[in-house]
Design a protein around this ligand. Structure first.
Ligand SMILES: [Zn+2]
Ligand SMILES: [Zn+2]
Length: 246
């Protein structure tokens, strides 16, 4: 059996740690053309107490392909990708779950859950739940399927407090909410809203890839300026603590 370290090592070639600063959305780390939050974050309600993308996921490039294929293909390829992505999440949480907890305002997360698929049928077999609930040793004991896609007709990509419903009441437990990709944040924020409506305490969010387009504005230059290779010892939050450093 390959180790977490071996399975996650290839990602060092194409994952990129987001870094905060001027022209970077302080909520989701996308590049912006000004100060303050990006348009998508400004138009959704902010329910998550901290959002930490492990890496940028650039449209049309390797991580982006993997995050699409692991849940939409059938057979050996997605099975292998699921194992590798589990290793990435495991290794990241091993180093940085404490950073996420501190940023969210808690010492630890009692519960770990995932953002359900927007598609109720696909959600029944979503491999992200297998990653968090079965494969990652740091999360599986705390994992619980807390959310379901509601049966209300909610437009696919918009923030909506009725998009998801909790399966049970919560009693102030801090929750770590995990998703594979952040595009507009609408699904994650809707899920965080549903958790809090059910009584959750703080909600910290880890997403594997913060979706971004290389050909928008000067994203290409800004992506090239990010440190390579990927450094497992640094997360977007630790860099946030060193604001002003290059
Ligand atoms: Zn944003
Ligand atoms: Zn960290």
């Amino acid at each position: 059996m390959p180790t977490v370290r071996e399975l996650s090592a290839p990602y060092e070639n194409y994952m990129l740690v987001p870094r905060p600063g001027p022209g970077v959305c302080p909520v989701c780390f996308t590049f912006t053309t000004g100060l303050g939050v990006c348009r998508a974050c400004a138009s959704a309600e902010q329910w998550a107490d901290a959002v930490v993308p492990i890496s940028y996921s650039i449209a049309g490039e390797q991580l982006n392909h993997e995050l699409w294929r692991y849940k939409r293909l059938r057979g050996d390829v997605p099975r292998r990708l699921t194992m590798r992505l589990a290793a990435v999440l495991w290794r990241f949480l091993d180093g940085h779950e404490t950073c996420v907890a501190a940023a969210a305002g808690t010492s630890e997360f009692e519960l770990v859950t995932t953002v359900p698929s927007g598609d109720r049928e696909r959600d029944e077999t979503h491999p992200l739940r297998r990653i968090v609930g079965e494969l990652v040793g740091l999360t599986w004991l705390r994992h619980e399927r807390l959310l379901m896609r509601s049966d209300r007709p909610v437009p696919g990509r918009e923030f909506n407090t009725d998009k998801y419903v909790a399966k049970r009441r919560l009693d102030g437990e801090p929750v770590l909410l995990i998703d594979d990709t952040w595009t507009t944040g609408a699904n994650v924020q809707s899920a965080a809203a549903a958790l809090k409506a059910a009584g959750a305490g703080v909600v910290g969010v880890v997403v594997i890839g913060r979706h971004i387009k290389r050909d928008w504005q000067d994203n290409d230059r800004r992506l090239r300026a990010l440190a390579r290779p990927f450094d497992w010892d640094r997360c977007a939050l630790e860099l946030a603590g060193k604001a002003g450093s290059p």
